[in-house]
Design a protein. Structure first.
Length: 284
């Protein structure tokens, strides 16, 4: 008898789970969502979110309710929450252009380069021209350390917009990070021909020549950079660091003079007093 009662109770629990505990009906979903949309339209965004979340519990994979929640969080500047729901929607609907466009806007504003690259790929695959995304593809591939891809897009940008000085600097810097110092210098030389003398171009060429174990050329370009910006303490100190290691007494004296001149401006971690002591001993 007890066993029969137990079986009956168990069956009752199952029926409750199947019919009473499964949540509300689709009709309830539409009703709740409509109330949420009404709240959204009137600017009552907190109420809208609460209603949309109720509808979400009924149908968590529904595209429209995910979009509703995401855009409402965006309205009240809760961008992390908005991105979270857009990303959830994108997993279920990866080629939905409306979702991808909204998500890209948020990724750009929050500097989420990894997600932005994924979204851009979807937008391109569903019809957008890649050219419109070249600046973002260059910047975000660089940020994500996809350096070869970054070089590709910076080069495309230079070909398309040859009057943009900044792209030459980014291209040369990316090539330097790849260890392609000669190619980096070629980009800088091309920029010098177009834009004329530049402190940034010369100083970057100097650094490349240091990496190429060519201190004479490095010194030449560092001095050219200093001619354009004689008040730059970092440039003077870099020059001193370079010429202090040369087997030339006059250059060592110049390096010593530079260290002493800027001694007070340099941070303690630079250990300028030790460098001065070493050079003074070498010049005895």
């Amino acid at each position: 008898m007890r066993r029969s009662i137990s079986y009956c109770l168990a069956a009752l629990v199952i029926l409750i789970l199947l019919f009473g505990g499964c949540g509300k009906s689709d009709g309830d979903f539409e009703s709740i969502r409509k109330d949420g949309l009404d709240a959204y339209t009137t600017g009552n965004y907190n109420k809208a979110i609460n209603l949309f979340k109720q509808a979400f519990l009924i149908s968590p994979s529904n595209r429209d309710i995910l979009y509703d929640i995401a855009r409402t969080f965006k309205k009240i500047s809760l961008f992390d929450s908005s991105i979270s729901y857009y990303k959830r929607a994108r997993i279920l609907y990866p080629n939905d252009r409306e979702i991808n466009k909204e998500l890209l806007e948020l990724c750009v504003s929050t500097r989420d380069s990894k997600a932005a690259l994924q979204v851009i790929a979807s937008l391109i695959s569903t019809g957008d021209n890649e050219r419109m995304y070249w600046p973002l593809l260059a910047e975000y591939n660089y940020k994500e350390k996809n350096l070869i891809s970054a070089v590709h897009y910076y080069q495309l940008l230079i070909n398309e917009y040859p009057d943009n000085k900044t792209n030459y600097l980014y291209l040369s810097g990316t090539l330097s990070e790849l260890g392609q110092f000669e190619e980096s210098n070629k980009a800088l030389i091309a920029a010098l021909k177009l834009f004329g003398p530049s402190m940034e171009f010369y100083s970057n060429m100097a650094i490349n020549h240091i990496k190429l174990k060519n201190p004479v050329k490095a010194e030449e370009y560092m001095r050219l950079s200093l001619e354009l910006n004689p008040n730059s303490i970092p440039l003077w100190v870099n020059l001193a660091n370079l010429i202090a290691d040369m087997d030339d007494k006059a250059k060592k004296k110049e390096a010593l003079q530079i260290y002493k001149q800027f001694r007070e401006e340099l941070p303690p971690g630079f250990k300028v007093d030790s460098l001065i002591g070493v050079l003074e001993n070498q010049l005895k």
